[in-house]
Design a protein around this ligand. Sequence first.
Ligand code: TTP
Ligand code: CA
Length: 362
Amino acid sequence: MGRVIIHVDMDYFYAAIEEREDPSLRDKAVVVCMYSNRGESGGAVSTSNYIAREAGIRSAMPCKLARSKKPDAVFLPVRKPFYEEVSANIMEILRSNADTEEAFEKISIDEAFLEITVSCKGDYGLAEEIGLRIKQEVKEQERITCSVGIGPNKLIAKMASSYQKPDGITIVRPEDVDGFLKPMPVKELWGIGKVTEEKLSEMGINKVEELASCDVMELIAVFGKNKGMWLKDAASGIDESPVKERTATDQIGRMASLEHDSRNENMIFSLLEELVDDVMEKVRKRKVSFRSVTVTVIFSNFKTSTKSRTLNHAVNDRDILIQNAREMMKQFLEKSEINFRRIGVRVDNLQENTGQKSLFDF
Ligand code: TTP
Ligand code: CA
């Protein structure tokens, strides 16, 4: 049975989060800017929503230029730590849809691969259902949209997810790979940069179809063995690289909904214990320790809040986790009168275990 891989890419991620937080932005052009120490006049565009893109605004463009293209756009500063919280929640939703905990690979703040070969039994109809379910879960739980690509390997899944954006889903079955790839310009192949594109163009190769039929020896002569073979494979839709977690520097987290929206301390703390147990099971399985603990609450009005603590040193101790998580949860309960809808707990700053088991070893 061939593999079935999903790639998920959030739509206009930073700007989408800002729209979610302030619904009055929804029909306006929104530009998220990374300001430099020279203030508003320096700085580049991180991203913008699709209304702003229609005015020609692009990532990495100077904010000043963006402002001249669309003076009535709303310009907001980047809030990276907040976007990272949202990202972590989304990654947990995605990971929970993969075949196993390990069949998951985050590749950036808003993109990940997951393997679903076993869950869909190799059937692309079932795979599409899983893709739609993921889109729905992300929309319901985080209220932002994503685009999904499904294919027989990472290369095809990645390219499929950008085929229909925003809020799209594109399925490329093994028998459709050739038809999908061949008409594309070579620069659309995931992994081909500007320099490679130019070198290929000098060789008279502009379309994927031309690259696929090129003699591999000719490619090796220009690009070297590894790259030459990779180009030939990629153009033929071949990619055997596994979906694999990259490092332990990630985080481990769990979120779940309460039985019903509530501020009942017993109900909240008992769910928190379950989440902590799930997190600890994974911490042990991955043989890591953690240095920060984060608690997230999604309120019944869908507002999301998080609190984090950094510990003196890395531990893998359930008691320390539950104690910190409970304390932060208590602060949420004291501060807010709104019912809780979902809660989450997460550990970050992971380190490989070096032998010590708990705080007592320090
Ligand atoms: P992308 O996935 O490249 O872009 P996007 O999610 O904003 O839009 P799309 O709908 O086309 O996928 O990048 C993800 C986030 O990374 C983006 O929201 C902001 C950030 N980013 C930068 O800060 N600078 C950049 O130059 C780019 C490309 C992205
Ligand atoms: Ca994106």
